[in-house]
Design a binder for this molecule. Structure first.
Ligand code: G3I
Length: 360
């Protein structure tokens, strides 16, 4: 297992950090750390012809210099973790707030990064004016369809030419492959999916438009439902161009089966593919064995991406445990990202780096 020097930003913290089970050089010993550091992930990714991305927490980006510097240094693609979601951009009906989303797009441009747009149609993080209006019947189905069309058109147009891939619909299937019983399905019926893609395409014909979900890494009932949907939509001429595999794994559940086969079948439809939200959680506390298993999971997902011509980006859902969503949602679990809370690189960082260095 490789040992990595501390990046200058981390060295400044002056902490002694555990890296890959060994004690890393203390800050004072890491003179010229930047000059002699191994190439950042994005440099290796460029060589491999793949995007390496991260979800970005806009509060951390504003307040944490190490986070800001590392986000710029390591990644050539960024996704808004929350600030492009509907509740963020239109908290009150007709009142838009693009400040933080604009900030991310500006940051990306300044650092030569592409942006993945996340996400246009979802059952979660909807503004309360919308959910309340549907619940009390003051917004009927016809009006809701118009509201959805306006939302998609407004947001996609705003960032026209600046978003490489949009997650147009997010998490629309249940685990058994039936359509999720969301307000979209209840009010508009299944045709809302095709409509969403058509509206997004009309607003920015060059953006690559994705389906996106979790628990669809391997071949299973849910990923097969996506495969059938994508096949049907493409046969009908609906502009759906990509399948986003979130990649939220947990070592206690094992590694999913038939990941390469899954990517291959979407590729055979002419679809692009991407890993869009990768993290690998564990039951805390972390130890050397769990971190090694985690590292191998990251590597296996990356290898599946690098092994598929259609897979053009590999995005992690945050890269430091300091800002991961996992502990807040799964009690007693965490340590899910490439770096610990002090930004020290974990074994998973090493395996991702090695995988990118080996290339396709
Ligand atoms: O911004 C408010 C803040 O004003 C308030 O004080 C605070 C109190 O709880 O909440 C803040 O909002 C939180 C938001 O993250 C921003 O931090 C929400 O409560 C919280 O629910 C929200 O969680 C996000 C979650 O999506 C929402 O379902 C996570 O950060 C985000 O990582 C997660 O991302 C999703 C993807 O979009 C889709 N795939 C799964 C993935 C993980 O759940």
């Amino acid at each position: 297992m490789n040992r990595f020097r501390l990046p200058a930003a981390v060295a400044l913290l002056g902490t002694t950090l555990l890296v890959t089970g060994t004690v890393a050089q203390p800050a004072s010993a890491s003179v010229s750390a930047t000059a002699h550091s191994p190439a950042p992930l994005r440099v290796l990714a460029d060589r491999a012809g793949v995007r390496i991305g991260t979800a970005v927490d806009m509060t951390a980006l504003a307040e944490d210099t190490t986070y800001r510097r590392t986000t710029a240094r390591e990644f050539n693609s960024v996704t808004a973790e929350n600030v492009m979601k509907w509740e963020s951009v239109e908290p009150r009906r007709g009142v838009y707030d693009w400040k933080k989303a604009d900030e991310l797009v500006r940051f990306a441009r300044a650092h030569g990064q592409v942006v993945r747009g996340h996400t246009l149609v979802w059952h979660s993080q909807l503004p309360s004016w919308l959910t309340a209006g549907v619940a009390d019947g003051s917004i009927d189905a016809e009006e809701l369809r118009g509201i959805l069309r306006k939302h998609i058109t407004t947001e996609v147009k705003r960032y026209k030419g600046r978003i490489q891939q949009w997650d147009v619909v997010n998490e629309v299937f249940e685990e058994d492959g039936s359509l999720r019983n969301s307000i979209w399905l209840q009010q508009l019926g299944p045709s809302y999916i095709a409509d969403a893609f058509r509206w997004a395409h009309a607003a920015d014909p060059k953006a690559r438009l994705f389906l996106n979900d979790y628990n669809v890494e391997g071949v299973n009932a849910k990923s097969t439902a996506y495969y059938e949907l994508a096949k049907r939509l493409r046969a009908e001429g609906v502009p759906v161009q990509g399948f986003g595999i979130q990649g939220h794994l947990a070592i206690q559940y094992g590694f999913p089966g038939q990941v390469a086969e899954n990517l291959a079948r979407f590729e055979a439809l002419g679809m692009g593919t991407a890993f869009t939200e990768v993290d690998v959680r564990m039951i805390l506390p972390a130890d050397e064995t769990k971190l090694a298993t985690q590292a191998s999971y990251f590597r296996r997902l990356l290898d599946a991406c690098l092994g598929a011509r259609s897979c053009t980006s590999f995005t992690v859902w945050g890269y430091s445990d300091k800002y991961s969503w996992v502990p807040g949602v799964f009690a007693g679990q965490g340590a899910a990202t490439l770096m610990d809370e002090e930004f020290a690189r974990k074994p998973a960082y090493g395996t991702v780096r090695e995988g990118l260095a080996e290339g396709r």
